[in-house]
Design a protein around this ligand. Structure first.
Ligand code: NI
Length: 253
């Protein structure tokens, strides 16, 4: 399996990536996309990707972090993104759940668009974080097409919107939230999409799947996401592994 979104660069794991990678590998995870959310975490993601062959990096400024970042940080992101081990710009996007202030939301939109421009300039896909902002996110992507597409990380929108994002060249990332008891929406989405439209992720250390909900997440729990998708789509976990791996490689490599 490939964990298409994890934060080995988080303080929870950064002191011992080797142990993290080994534990995950023993649980069937062969590859990791280590995703940045500000300049510092993006730098660490690149460092990790340089040190471990099965790790690649995404660099970018998360919408919830834009208020403490400057435009110059975007230049630094662009320089970092030129590294061949950087497969994507991310995680970038919009988060209106944590930021209700319209001024800050506007700032998020500006950073999102600027980072889409970096992705297009370097011909790389993007990893999108979107929370309570699906309509604005879709409008931005429509007005600023991402040449290489990318992933809607931790997709939590409707099945209808999912089809629109897929049409724009995106796959959907599914993680721990899929396994939660009240997860009605992701289930509807998974029934509505095709084999080519999804990848697996943990978002570790966040959003641990059931039965570890509320605890620290880890890529070693990725199999729980795989099994849930298999159950919902009525196929074997091996097929989910195969399809999601193919999808990851098509989008990111
Ligand atoms: Ni994340």
């Amino acid at each position: 399996m490939i964990d298409s979104h994890c934060h080995i660069n988080d303080s929870a794991f950064v002191n011992n990536p080797e142990a993290y990678i080994k534990e995950a590998k023993d649980a069937g995870v062969a590859e990791f996309l280590v995703v940045g959310y500000d300049l510092k975490s993006s730098r660490i993601a690149v460092d990790i990707s340089k040190k471990y062959e099965n790790c690649n990096a995404a660099v970018g400024i998360h919408p919830s972090d834009v208020k403490r970042m400057g435009k110059n940080d975007l230049n630094e992101i662009e320089i970092l993104a030129k590294d061949p081990k950087v497969l994507a710009i991310g995680e970038i996007g919009l988060d209106y759940y944590w930021d209700k202030d319209p001024e800050i939301q506007k700032q998020q939109q500006e950073f999102f668009i600027k980072q889409i421009e970096i992705a297009n300039k370097l011909n790389k896909p993007i990893s999108i974080h979107c929370r309570e902002a699906y309509e604005d996110c879709y409008q931005i992507l429509k007005a600023h097409p991402v040449r290489r597409g990318g992933v809607m990380h931790c997709y939590g929108g409707s099945a209808e919107m999912a089809k629109l994002f897929i049409k724009l060249g995106f796959v959907l990332g599914f993680g721990g939230t899929l396994t939660f008891k009240n997860a009605r929406r992701p289930k509807e989405v998974l029934e509505a999409i095709s084999n080519e439209d999804y990848v697996l992720e943990t978002d570790a250390p966040y959003l641990a799947p059931d039965p570890f909900r509320g605890k620290q997440n880890h890529s070693k729990y990725l199999y729980l996401v795989k099994e849930k998708i298999a159950e919902l789509r009525g196929i074997s976990p091996e097929i989910v592994d195969l399809q999601s791996t193919q999808n990851f490689n098509r989008v990111f490599k």
